[in-house]
Ligand binder design. Structure first.
Ligand code: 5RP
Length: 230
């Protein structure tokens, strides 16, 4: 079974958790795309806050009503993907550049369900997948130098061409920062990196995810609860 099939299965499993009348957080990425299709197929009376322009556009195509953060104090359920997760359900996100809005929306959720393929479960975060850090363009060089000083291998994310810097939906740049050996203490790293002037959002999601639905190549889904992990 290929990873697209695993993504489809976890997307469908997450859509099955949605109940009529729910207000949703709608994540971003290729796994979420399967969730959105499966959600639309259920024809429920729901509405959701999209975490990227791309997700908003897809929801319009599918007929899923949209909300803004100003419209609701809380959402019942947020469903989003991840680039990496560890056994505490701490996530690395932002491979698609949407982690700032994703973190805002995840923070509004009564329940946050992550959907991903099982190969994204790792022992140490930010070793194999570089940690995305959204930075205001003015601060790109100082933040990059500081990250390198702290042992990270840093690349500036590029856009459509190699000479063009990537820009997020918020108009910011992204530094992808890999730490050889991975992060020892992701919670401390999130705080420390967030304090660097010019950093807008670090792609670490600590104590946010409640449940992960992980699809494996055999078509099995493993459900992991944050409260159940050490
Ligand atoms: C976007 C994200 C995505 O959730 C993450 O990149 C996973 O994407 P995919 O499901 O395509 O692997 O954080 O900012």
């Amino acid at each position: 079974m290929n990873s697209d099939r695993s993504k489809l299965l976890v997307g469908e499993a997450a859509a099955a958790l949605v109940e009529d009348g729910m207000r949703l957080g709608l994540g971003s990425g290729s796994t979420v795309a399967y969730f959105l299709t499966a959600l639309a197929d259920r024809h429920l009376d729901v509405a959701g806050i999209p975490t990227s322009r791309h997700t908003a556009a897809r929801c319009r195509e599918l007929g899923i009503p949209l909300l803004e953060p100003a419209d609701v104090e809380r959402v019942d359920l947020c469903v989003d993907g991840a680039d990496e997760l560890d056994h505490d359900l701490t996530l690395v996100k932002g491979g698609g550049g949407a982690h700032l809005r994703e973190k805002v929306v995840a923070g509004l959720a009564d329940r946050f369900v992550v959907i991903a393929t099982r190969d994204k479960l790792v022992d140490r975060l930010a070793d194999s997948f570089a940690l995305p850090i959204e930075v205001v363009p003015f601060a790109l060089s100082p933040v990059r130098r500081e990250l390198e000083h702290r042992g990270f291998e840093v690349t500036v994310r590029t856009g459509a061409s190699e000479d063009e810097e990537y820009r997020t939906d918020n108009g910011n740049a992204i530094l992808d920062a890999r730490l050889p050996g991975g992060l020892e203490d992701p919670a401390a790293a999130e705080v420390a990196l967030s304090l660097l002037p010019g950093v807008v959002a670090v792609g670490l999601f600590v104590d946010l995810a409640d449940t992960a639905l992980l699809g494996d190549p055999q078509g099995e889904i493993t459900e992991v609860q944050r409260s159940a992990v050490a």
